[in-house]
Design a protein around this ligand. Sequence first.
Ligand code: MEZ
Length: 645
Amino acid sequence: MKKFIALLSSFAMAAALVGCSAGTKPEENPAPAAEGVSGTFEGTSTAGIGGEANPVKVTLTLENSVIKDLVVEGPGETEGIGTKAIDSLPSLIVENNSINVDVVSSATMTSTAIIEAASEALKAAGLNPEDYMAEVSSQSAPVGDVTVDTDVVVVGAGGAGMIAAIVAADAGRNVVILESQAIAGGNSVRSTGGMNAADTPYEDSNEFGETAGVEKTLGTAASTYADNETITALAATVKEQWDAYQAAPEGYYDSVELMQLDTMIGGKGINDPELVKVLAEKSADAIEWLGTVGAELHNVAAFGGASVKRIHRPVNAEGKVVSVGAYVVPILEKAVNERNIEVRYNTTAKSILTDESGAAVGIEAETADGSKVTVNAKSVVLATGGFGYNLKKVAELKPALDGFCTTNAAGAMGQGIEMAEAVGAATVDMDQIQIHPTVHLDENNNASLITEGLRGDGAILVNAEGKRFTDEVGTRDAVSAAELEQTDGFAWLIVDQAMADASSVIQGYISKGFTVKGETYEELAEAMGVDAAAFAQTMTDWKAAWDAKTDAEFGRTSFASEIDLTKAPFYALTVTPGIHHTMGGVKINTNTEVLKEDGTAIPNLFAAGEVTGGVHGANRLGGNAVADFAVFGRLAGEAAAANAK
Ligand code: MEZ
């Protein structure tokens, strides 16, 4: 394959370009006219997320060498992220007759691919892309300093921020959202798996209960957390519920207390029990609320550290599971727009404004052109996310994570936490940083989260020797630690065609070229470069464990009901741990008020989502980030609205 090295050095590109691109001149294109070139020309680029399997294609229409139209096809680009670049760059290129446009931040790969493919199309037309380099910026011209007065200012247009804004607007308040990036979504749009919620009507629809999971959790509570009062009390309640359920096992067993117990054990017992209680108690209601804005999460599955199937996921029109973030975020954006909530993109909050008593009274922010935006507000909601993109801060707080890749969005720099600290907020658990065990690195070292849902749905992990090495549906800290102990600190994730048929998420991984494939276990082993006999034996042993619903070797208790990994062809992809979630952050109470060291609240200041600490303790369970932003985003919206009366 020809490697394409970026020649267009004057482009405003945030990412290095390494990919492959090609321009084609369709047969039917008219010959260049004497006064200029007219016609339709195509160019492709593999610099996008779709890579070689799904290159980005640009169809460019020229009239007398002037760009009149540009159509982009990018079937492999990420919904809600890359698609933002596909939506916004063509008009900029056409309006300015220039391909020297800024990349859309957070969607740098797709933007880069569009620019490259447009350049190739120009070359296919016999033109020199260097002639289409007039300086253009997607940022609006300097607007000058502005001051805005509102009831509620929300900092951050991720899940927590948009939900808080919607709820506050529905309570009759004027709301302004400030977002540092060019697009909404933050880390939320990258979230793949789903949302944990306890005791919902949708859990009933699953005929298969993970019965052994409850026993295992009760065992862990007794053996490891006998000294933890909260865990012991929750375990006693769960034991009673569980005994009653077993005496008359009807429907499905889950409970608010079991979700609390799982979350506390997942967090190694250091979570704030009151916040965990609220998370679990309000989770089912949050699922219903999401339904009212159009986001239906009704497919329920197993995830790491959950005793029962509890993660709620969206499905598409064909009934296939889709990524939760890419599904929910556009729906929230629509709800924000329908309420005429003002969203100021490319506007980075710099400080929280306070009055002489120390109460928050607004936000001072800066736009990309350096203009100052002052928002005076009765309530301030911080929903800026964590600091998982700030690798320097991560390494400072947890040196063992120096050099790890990250699944996080570019905005996750921790600026909200710093702003809150500057006005006296306390922080908790700042050194508790989660690595997610299944992150795929492509040939250019771009990191993509591979959802834990695959393991919950039946996938296994094998090492470079072709052998299983852990309970794949254990908590993230445990699976990551086991993976790092394997040869070269990575693993192969194995799925079969039955899984691929049921999940458009897996189909996305296949089409992005992440996987190798084999018609037999031996053929797959060869593609993976592992010992064929050892791998085939692993698969035979796994099938026996699956049939018996007992994993004597690693104690896995979650066996997907119909997936035994026997339907050819088989697929494997490499995975390694990457930074995923920062559990620490601003200290809040159950009303989402930001607290000082002495436990008193900073008046008018609220926070929700990954900017806060305490909910997840030392390790967040998969599916609890969406639960966190939905539950506490709503509470922050309600509290901020009530405060702004
Ligand atoms: O909550 C998460 O981080 C999550 C569900 C991730 C995933 O593996 O899909």
